[in-house]
Ligand binder design. Structure first.
Ligand code: C2E
Ligand code: MG
Ligand code: MG
Ligand code: MG
Length: 279
């Protein structure tokens, strides 16, 4: 038990889980407001080809421009929404905003791909393929430009259902990436059945690969495995030039991280894309 609220003359004691529920409900309410007030925005972080260093696309990352607390990242607000209806509502919102942006880029002649993160709940939502198909048509997104990132751990929940969802989206020209790869427990059996285009090597392995031999082995193994399955690799959390060089030598396909660029608003990304690329 813990004090939930200490009024002037009384203290109200409730069980710990009730405090959580109360806090969660309040948080969800505030988040719903934010969604309707337009406080949620997408930032875009570029991905480059590891060999040529040319930009090939971006990942959309959610930000909350909070009127009092400033710019918040998903770690500040997404975990509290897990298991609530808002989790999917926010993913639908991001899908809508992201495909609209992708459609504009395509019409401007920019050959950029965009990755959008989905929660496990959205991946298994019965409406996913229908909504994605509708958005891709509505915003005239060329086939192959939209990629959906799902956590490796999310893809392991129900193999048959996940494969079906991914294949239904593939009909609309949408592909999938396994995010934070290496942190879950994917068996090769699973990997072989999932129709994914990319494996995103978790940033923990990337960060430590030059100082910890074990992490270097893991990065090499993931790149080798991806090659054998005909899947491309994306390294996340590339923070230094030596990391970028080592990853290119190992044969990793794409790089993403602060060394290349931080996540930024769409207009800034467009300027970044047309500016000189640091080599
Ligand atoms: P993620 O998809 O694995 O995204 C990578 C995270 O690493 C992002 O954090 C990004 O800003 C950060 N990052 C990129 N490069 C570097 C680097 O070089 N060093 C370090 N230290 N960090 C780097 P962010 O934006 O805070 O997002 C955190 C997580 O929240 C994402 O991890 C993703 O799982 C989730 N997320 C983000 N946007 C959405 C969304 O629209 N929907 C859903 N469902 N989840 C989202
Ligand atoms: Mg991601
Ligand atoms: Mg990741
Ligand atoms: Mg992550």
């Amino acid at each position: 038990l813990r004090a939930k609220r200490q009024g002037k003359n009384h203290a109200c004691f409730v069980a710990e889980h009730e405090v959580d529920l109360f806090g969660r409900e309040q948080q969800a309410q505030r988040m719903r407001q934010a969604l309707h007030a337009g406080e949620l925005a997408l930032y875009y972080q570029p991905k480059i080809d590891a060999r040529t260093r040319c930009p090939v696309g971006a990942e959309a990352l959610l930000r909350w421009q909070h009127p009092e607390r400033g710019l918040l990242t998903p770690g500040d607000f997404l975990p509290q929404l897990q298991g609530t209806a808002l989790e999917c509502e926010i993913d639908w919102h991001v899908l809508e905003q992201g495909t609209a942006q992708l459609g504009r880029w395509a019409r401007e002649g920019r050959e950029l791909g965009l990755s959008i993160n989905l929660s496990a709940a959205t991946l298994l939502h019965p409406q996913l393929a229908a909504r994605v198909t509708q958005l891709v048509r509505q915003h005239q997104v060329p086939p192959g430009r939209l990629e959906l990132e799902v956590l490796e751990t999310a893809a392991l929940s129900d193999l048959a259902a996940v494969v079906a969802a991914m294949e239904a989206c593939a009909h609309a020209g949408v592909c999938f990436a396994l995010d934070d790869f290496g942190t879950g427990y994917s068996s090769l059996h699973y990997l072989r059945q999932l129709p994914v285009k990319s494996l995103k090597i978790d940033q923990g392995f990337v960060r430590r690969m030059l100082t910890d031999e074990g992490d270097m082995h893991i990065v090499r193994a993931v790149v080798g495995l991806a090659g054998a399955f005909g899947v491309r690799t994306v390294a996340e959390g590339v923070e230094t030039r030596p990391h970028a060089q080592a990853l290119a030598e190992i044969g990793c396909d794409l790089l993403q991280g602060y060394w290349i660029a931080r996540p930024m608003p769409a207009a800034a990304l467009e300027r970044w894309m047309s500016g000189p690329v640091e080599a």
